[in-house]
Design a protein around this ligand. Structure first.
Ligand SMILES: Cc1cc2nc3c(=O)[nH]c(=O)nc-3n(C[C@H](O)[C@H](O)[C@H](O)COP(=O)(O)OP(=O)(O)OC[C@H]3O[C@@H](n4cnc5c(N)ncnc54)[C@H](O)[C@@H]3O)c2cc1C
Ligand SMILES: NC(=O)c1ccc[n+]([C@@H]2O[C@H](COP(=O)([O-])OP(=O)(O)OC[C@H]3O[C@@H](n4cnc5c(N)ncnc54)[C@H](OP(=O)(O)O)[C@@H]3O)[C@@H](O)[C@H]2O)c1
Length: 523
């Protein structure tokens, strides 16, 4: 870019200019160098299941640090990008992209990128790290098991043998479309919220079923299409928080990952300054705290309600009306629980949008012992490592609710935890201690309404990372590598020395059951 263009950009978009500089620095400092074409990558070799942003980012970290991998994706080449390859063109990030840096080399052009930009960043990453030759499309993983030498097989031995597995199948599979009684009588159109491209809503009465993030997106879509009026039917309480990076980061930094005696402060501030006159749309005090469920991040919903273009209706759907004109709905007041008494009415509609979510992809292909009670997902070590198999990392697909972000630095951190465990037997946690850590977390969060691992914050995640490194002195040498992706030379050389000592003492043995020898892994 010529100097004149740079100056012009600086003066016309000073904030975006600074954002570009920050991203450039993060890229230069934290991105692993892509391997040259045909580079010989070493073991451990990692199988990665899913080619969404988690799988692609994890793969680029593996090859960037010199380790081989293979991605297995159920869909065709068009599925590269995972859920973002399937949603509406108008879909985009609600949180600021500074919290959606799924790889250090990502370069966002704006604060709130749309689906096209997200898919193109995933695709560029995939290209940059030469992952095309390492991706098997149209390969749904149905079985993951070990050969007699303890190496992982994905579906069948023809796919090769792996030392570790990263499961990156996400939480949004096929659209969930429940059948509502009387639906067949409806005279208008019914769509799922992910199928709105090209749909016209001008002058129409719209009903959106569901009170989650997709409902908010659907409401924005039809408002933009100049619908006459939209009713959003929400049967459960959910918090809406502003689209403000500072507020969102501050909320995500609660290191306890649950309600505390101070939670009334953010809740009160949100009611006072964000909900304001629409106070009764917030979850009633002393019922659902902000640190119990994933909030929606949005600024427009409340404004659309204030303008009269939309109504946010709390209550339960009874059925579609026999007349075909709309939905019979039991509207509840604030504080009345689901299914409780209310005021029944007919809501007329030309279009009904099912913003009822997505099926959760199944982890059933993993060995049965990963699901032993009470250590079933999300109750795994750091939420992602099943205690029976520390060589499996199920990233971004075991969580239930959180205040945080799915597409951020933790993808690289978890990948490097796995690499550390595979390369360094002394840093590897044993099943006993993994279970103790899970038990400890469950005990600490025993008062959390949904359970210890069903809700967490990004602050808590950072605490898990730091704690589990600090607790084991053999992991200290890896701290910079695991947390920032830099400085692998020192721990690698220490591990090689330790290997040599072990070999000299005749201790070249399986340090951790089921894992191959360290000397073999670091070859
Ligand atoms: C409209 C929309 C907006 C969103 N906005 C945000 C947001 O603002 N902030 C945020 O943090 N999150 C958001 N999310 C959540 C989103 O799911 C994550 O941000 C992220 O894209 C998940 O990426 P992933 O790679 O983990 O999973 P996915 O993108 O779901 O990719 C998983 C991949 O695994 C493949 N797969 C599944 N099962 C198998 C199998 N058995 N074998 C092989 N392959 C398999 C799938 O085909 C898919 O390609 C949004 C979701 C939606 C639907
Ligand atoms: N840009 C964004 O930030 C964005 C946009 C879209 C999606 N997402 C993410 O994608 C994931 C899925 O979000 P989502 O909104 O699609 O799904 P969701 O969070 O599962 O919400 C689905 C909503 O539909 C309701 N519902 C389901 N079945 C129903 C039925 N039979 N009758 C009435 N209501 C019903 C649910 O109510 P109950 O809660 O009572 O079950 C819930 O309110 C989330 O992780 C979300 O954060 C993010």
């Amino acid at each position: 870019m010529a100097l004149q263009q740079v100056l012009h950009y600086f003066f016309t978009n000073p904030i975006l200019f600074v954002y570009q500089i920050i991203q450039w620095v993060l890229d230069k400092v934290l991105s692993p160098t892509p391997p040259p074409p045909n580079a010989h990558l070493s073991r451990p070799k990692i199988a990665i299941i899913g080619a969404g942003l988690t799988g692609v980012s994890a793969a680029s970290h593996c090859v960037g640090h010199g380790f081989d991998c293979r991605i297995f994706e159920a869909g065709s080449r068009k599925a590269l990008g995972g859920i973002w390859s399937k949603v509406n063109n108008t879909s985009g990030l609600q949180i600021h992209s500074i919290m959606y840096r799924f790889h250090p080399s990502v370069r966002w052009k704006k604060g709130y990128p749309d689906r096209h930009q997200i898919v193109s960043q995933i695709t560029e990453l995939w290209d940059r790290y030469g992952l095309e030759s390492k991706t098997n499309f149209n390969t749904k993983v149905t079985k993951v098991y070990k050969d007699p030498r303890g190496r992982w097989i994905i579906n069948d031995p023809s796919n090769g043998r792996f030392d570790g597995v990263i499961v990156a199948i996400g939480t949004c599979g096929d659209p969930k479309v429940p059948h509502i009684p009387g639906q067949e009588n409806f005279k208008g159109q019914i769509y799922h919220s992910s199928q709105l491209d090209g749909k016209k809503a001008k002058g129409k009465k719209v009903i959106v079923i569901g009170g989650g993030a997709s409902a908010v997106e659907a409401l924005e879509f039809v408002a933009h299409e100049h619908a006459a009026h939209t009713d959003v039917l929400a049967r459960s309480e959910k918090w809406i928080i502003p689209r403000n990076p500072l507020v969102d980061v501050l909320l995500s930094l609660n290191v306890f990952g649950e309600e505390t005696i101070f939670s009334w402060i953010p809740e009160g501030l949100l009611r006072l300054f964000f909900y304001r006159d629409l106070y009764d749309l917030s979850p009633p005090p002393n019922t659902k705290g902000i640190y119990t469920d994933t909030p929606m991040v949005n600024d427009d919903v409340l404004d659309l309600v204030r303008s009269g273009k939309a109504s946010w209706q709390r209550g339960d759907i009874i059925s579609f009306d026999d007349s075909g004109a709309g939905i019979r709905f039991n509207k509840r007041s604030q504080g009345v629980p689901k299914g409780g008494p209310g005021h029944e009415k007919l809501l007329e509609a030309d279009i009904v949008i099912m913003a009822t979510g997505y099926q959760r992809p199944s982890l059933d292909f993993l060995p049965g012992e990963c699901f032993e009670e009470p250590y079933q997902p999300p109750n795994w070590y750091m939420q992602v490592f099943p205690p029976k198999h520390v060589d499996i990392c199920a990233n971004n697909c075991t969580y239930v609710n959180a205040i945080g972000t799915v597409g951020n630095y933790h993808i690289g951190i978890y990948t490097r935890f796995l690499l550390m465990y595979l390369v360094d037997p002394l840093a590897r946690p044993q099943e006993y201690w993994m279970k103790k850590w899970i038990d400890m977390t469950i005990w600490i969060k025993r008062k959390a309404p949904g359970g210890a691992f069903d809700f967490f914050t990004y602050g808590e995640l950072i605490y898990w990372f730091v704690f589990t490194i600090a607790i084991n002195p053999f992991r200290w040498k890896w701290a910079f590598f695991v947390l920032f992706g830099i400085g692998s030379a020192l721990p690698m050389s220490v591990v090689k020395q330790e290997d040599r000592v072990r070999n000299g003492l005749g201790m070249n043995m399986h340090i951790c059951q089921g894992l191959t020898r360290t000397s073999h892994l670091t070859q």
